[in-house]
Design a protein around this ligand. Structure first.
Ligand code: FAD
Length: 494
């Protein structure tokens, strides 16, 4: 580590309300990528953060702000470049005020999904929000600034009314005379987008969009052995406006892995043999499965679910079930002493928690897709990284993508996401054994370049991919304007 930097570390001792975690106590990331980090700072207040930024500016110390730093698969809390001091806003827990008329709530970066969920249940039970599958303790603001994807839609347009601290100590925010959460874009130049996937400032808080709870929910599962037919099914359902919410399509490999984990988590005493039977019975071993939900008035939801059958391919299998039905069937079928019927109960029991995500309930169930003991992906028993790719609507795009991964011999799984604009994205997980860190780095380099060359542009990147992106010149110009010494998150999307 830079010796000059080390010698400067004592400067933080004089700052009030600042917890300092030394560099050697900082957790690794899921890919075991490493960075030389002098320390991690946890300012408790806005004044403390302003002081930290002012010290960083005067002493030219590079800082890397995170909200909760759980950017798993993309580098977690670690900076893009070495010798950056991590500044975690995890102590910033303010929730509210809420503007129920416009369905917006003010939050700070340290607010996690489960904290917002609990707050709403207690204070505004008429609302829920667009949760991600990343886990209960991940942030709302950090994820949204990364344009994370929730179970309802992308979060890219769900945060407005930002307050941003720049390196010169200025706080940029909307003029309250000219802005109200009910018209979140405000008036004039749309500057707020500049602080998403960028490194121009530190976001101190903003107004997050809530979703009014609906009378009824129906979960929709559509399965097909052919991925392209399944994608066409969903695109048609969006075109016809029968579906509105995001669909997650798991490839067979990912599905088997997660389903096995779900069954064993909810029903640990079931034999390995019966787990295999359940997977076989529900076609999990061979087909692709898309999961989404319809929320709304009971009659409307029921009618929409009925229409789906008329639109999808005859080779697709549709299952539509309400949360109440899942619970009822899980209970009833377990009591009937016929193995095949009991398997239905085992399946229903195991999927309940994953379906909750579409209903706005944060859970850690997604962690089952990673091999690990406990609930902290930073200490997973495998090395895993995520790469994201946009799949253009051209023939063979999905098979080209899979061929690319198979050619290179990677152990991978893919979740495909389709949204109401019929856009398809792929979230690729690469799995490696512990000890294969070099292979991870090589794979990230090769694949980032190959994906771009093949016309599968990434829409989000991890810390070890940034240097291969070749971002446009304008980002550098904007960086020079907001942060001429490049002290905030150097190398991040620039
Ligand atoms: C099993 C599993 C499932 C996952 N599922 C999903 C999913 O469904 N959807 C999804 O989007 N992701 C998912 N992820 C990826 C990731 O874990 C989440 O995106 C997570 O929410 C990011 O961590 P965080 O919220 O703590 O954000 P942070 O790590 O705090 O922030 C992310 C980045 O944004 C920047 N940043 C954060 N806060 C600020 C700030 N205040 N000012 C300026 N810049 C800031 C930093 O560069 C930071 O590195 C998943 C990961 C795993 C392991």
């Amino acid at each position: 580590m830079d010796t000059q930097l080390m010698s400067q570390l004592h400067v933080w001792d004089k700052v009030d309300d600042l917890e300092v975690i030394p560099g050697d106590k900082i957790e690794p990331a899921m890919s075991r990528t490493t960075r030389e980090v002098p320390c991690l700072l946890k300012p408790a207040t806005r004044e403390t953060l302003i002081e930290v930024v002012s010290i960083a500016r005067e002493r030219k110390i590079r800082i890397y702000p995170v909200s909760l730093g759980k950017n798993w698969g993309y580098g977690a809390h670690l900076p893009v470049e070495n010798d950056c001091v991590i500044v975690s806003l995890e102590k910033w827990k303010k929730i509210g005020p809420c503007d129920p008329q416009s369905g917006k709530i003010y939050i700070e970066p340290g607010v996690s999904q489960i904290e917002l969920y609990n707050y709403l249940e207690e204070n505004h039970p008429e609302f829920t929000f667009n949760v991600t599958g990343a886990g209960s303790d991940t942030s709302i603001i950090g994820n949204t600034l990364e344009r994370g994807i929730g179970y309802y839609r992308s979060r890219a347009n769900e945060l407005h009314g930002l307050e941003v601290l720049t390196i010169d100590g200025e706080i940029i925010k909307q003029d309250p005379r000219l802005w109200h959460p009910s018209h979140p874009e405000g008036i004039g130049t749309g500057w707020e987008g500049l602080f998403f996937q960028s490194n121009f400032g530190i976001v101190l808080g903003g107004w997050f969009t809530l979703l009014p709870k609906q009378e009824s929910t129906t979960f929709i599962s559509i399965r097909n052995f052919d991925l392209d037919t399944l994608l066409d099914d969903f695109k048609a359902l969006y075109r016809e406006r029968i579906l509105d919410e995001i669909v997650h399509i798991a490839d067979p490999g990912r599905k088997i892995y997660v389903m096995k984990g779900l069954i064993l988590k909810t029903q640990p005493n079931i034999s390995e043999e019966q787990v295999e039977e359940v997977l076989e019975q529900f076609g999990s071993k061979k087909n692709f499965q898309g999961l989404t939900a319809i929320h709304g008035r009971k009659a409307v939801v029921k009618a929409a679910a009925k229409e789906i059958k008329k639109i999808i391919s005859p080779s697709s299998t549709l299952d539509a079930f309400t949360p109440e039905k899942v619970k009822r069937v899980a209970g009833l079928t377990r009591k009937i002493p016929i193995r095949k019927i009991q398997n239905v109960g085992i399946f229903m029991e195991s999927i309940q928690e994953i379906l909750l995500l579409s209903n706005g309930n944060p859970t850690n169930i997604g962690h089952l897709s990673i091999t690990m003991e406990g609930d902290n992906p930073n200490y997973a028993d495998e090395l895993a990284v995520y790469l994201n790719a946009t799949l253009p609507p051209r023939e063979n795009a999905t098979s080209e993508l899979r061929a690319m991964l198979e050619d290179k011999g990677y152990k991978y799984s893919i979740t495909y996401i389709v949204n109401k604009d019929q856009a398809v994205s792929a979230i690729i997980t690469l799995h490696f054994e512990v000890g294969e860190s070099e292979k991870v780095q090589e794979a990230l380099r090769t694949l980032t370049v190959a994906l771009i060359e093949h016309g599968f542009p990434p829409y989000r990147a991890g810390i070890d991919q940034m240097k291969y992106l070749g971002m446009p010149d304008i980002t550098r110009k904007l960086k020079d304007y907001f942060d001429p010494q490049h002290l905030i998150a150097p190398g991040r999307y620039t």
